[in-house]
Design a protein around this ligand. Sequence first.
Ligand code: HEC
Ligand code: HEC
Length: 502
Amino acid sequence: MTRPLTTRRSAPVARDRAPRVTAPKGAQGRVWRACPGRDRQTRLPISGSAQTSGGGILGLWAAGQPALGQPALGQRVLGLLASGLLALGVLAGCGREAPPEPPVGIWSEGERALIDSLSPIPPLPPSPGNAVADDPGARALGHALFFEPALSANGHISCASCHVPDKYFTDGLPLARAIGTTQRHTPTIIGAQWAPFLFWDGRRDSLWAQALGPLENEVEHGFDRVAVARVVFERYKAPYEAIFGPMPDMSDRATFPEHGRPLEFNTNHPHNMAWAALTPGDQEAVNRVVANVGKAIEAYERALLPGPAPFDRYVEALKAGDAEGGGHLSDAALRGLRAFVGKGQCVNCHNGPLLSDLGFHNLGLPPTGDGSFADVGRSLGAAQVKMDAFRCGEPFSDARQCEELRFLNHTFDDFLGAFKTPSLRNVAMTAPYMHTGQFATLDDVVNFYRTLPSKAAVGHRELVLDLLDPAVDTQDLVAFLESLTGPLPDPQWRSPPSKEQP
Ligand code: HEC
Ligand code: HEC
């Protein structure tokens, strides 16, 4: 039986992190908007200091939240500000009469504060769990490993098979395909560096811990950690040892089997039996190698950053005092931007410079395929990340402060069917869309927000998501989304390293 939406007890926003509010730059603690036709201004006071994009002092915090002193977190400009503004009707208008639509490209202060909070792209956040995250040697090794087909069951699959560099590190398919077909769509890696939780369901808490997932996934690389360690031993021993120190002797067949990995739910699998036969010390030695493989891959992935898009050039010009924004956005894109931060309410979830709150939401996507696969998303992912042997605070991690995990409420019931809000940077280049890949075009995505079909595949649609206002034009919104396309990462990172490297 389905629970009627109106009786839901839980908070409307599936937020699994400590609530934080960050003021957009220049908000100076107050955001207000003049009410047309009124003699008063609506003011929405916001306490605290304004956030600077370079990090340092975290911007605004909900009452009682201690500052973490971690710039990466502070840069995640979150939805509370936006939701607060919207809920109070500051952007939607003042009172009941609909205010006349202001001219294209002329912004209220409230709109400007929101627009300014979406750009520029902040500096790369640190990765405290990975001591070699910015080490050039680790980056060169990770570069080679990312393109290494020997790290797969059939010798043909590498990370780049699905994260195709020239497709903005996606594959263009609804569901990813390698050894077999997965049940989710391939997200880009560009921009993933800011996410506290990786995968659509957030079941890993760092880029380096994420990398072991596809290697051991039966339908992706179809490999196992003992074989991964052996390939590294045979092909990359010298560069590995230069960064991480001595490797276990993986050529010693009396100690290490051909294949081996832990399989909690398939204990009779030969890989699991071989793994169970290893001593705890040998298991640890192999785990250490695969953790380091992940750390090298993360060092490479940290080079795959979003670059400035026409939208960023527009905001830069606005901030420099050019009311025309350098002419970098078309009228359609400007109307789309107004809808995005206003009536369309997109900025409720797609906020901050990545246009993502990096949180998890159930949009009530309609079922796909024959509808028999119920993907519960975050409700399982949140439980999994808490049990991951490679998570923050565990011996393989170089981090001891694990706020994101500490604040993770994995029993939060709105997590059912919730998935991570994707960044919208380069979104025009990464079709198809959603964790299911069920929408072929951006028009289809906007039409989904316009109609919000009532039958959700899993769980319930979040109350915070309203039908898209019919006054918002699809082509305008799409034009704005297209203005978020920046350049691909540097060519040197888009093909395998030359043979001399690493
Ligand atoms: C079969 C295609 C395939 C291969 C091969 C593959 N991936 Fe992925 N990747 C995916 C899919 C599908 C997801 C989303 C899976 C999920 O959420 O459950 C994903 C998710 C990710 C993410 C998370 C992004 C985010 O924003 O949360 C990263 C990072 C990533 N992959 C890196 C890698 C690396 C590194 C490798 C090689 C070790 C790799 N992938 C191999 C398909 C693939
Ligand atoms: C309640 C939060 C929320 C709101 C409001 C919201 N989105 Fe989303 N958006 C998401 C989440 C979560 C996903 C991924 C859902 C999934 O795959 O299950 C998503 C996916 C998308 C995608 C697909 C991206 C990709 O790479 O697959 C686009 C495009 C998009 N949203 C645009 C918009 C626009 C435009 C609006 C305003 C009309 C909007 N969103 C409003 C949370 C939201």
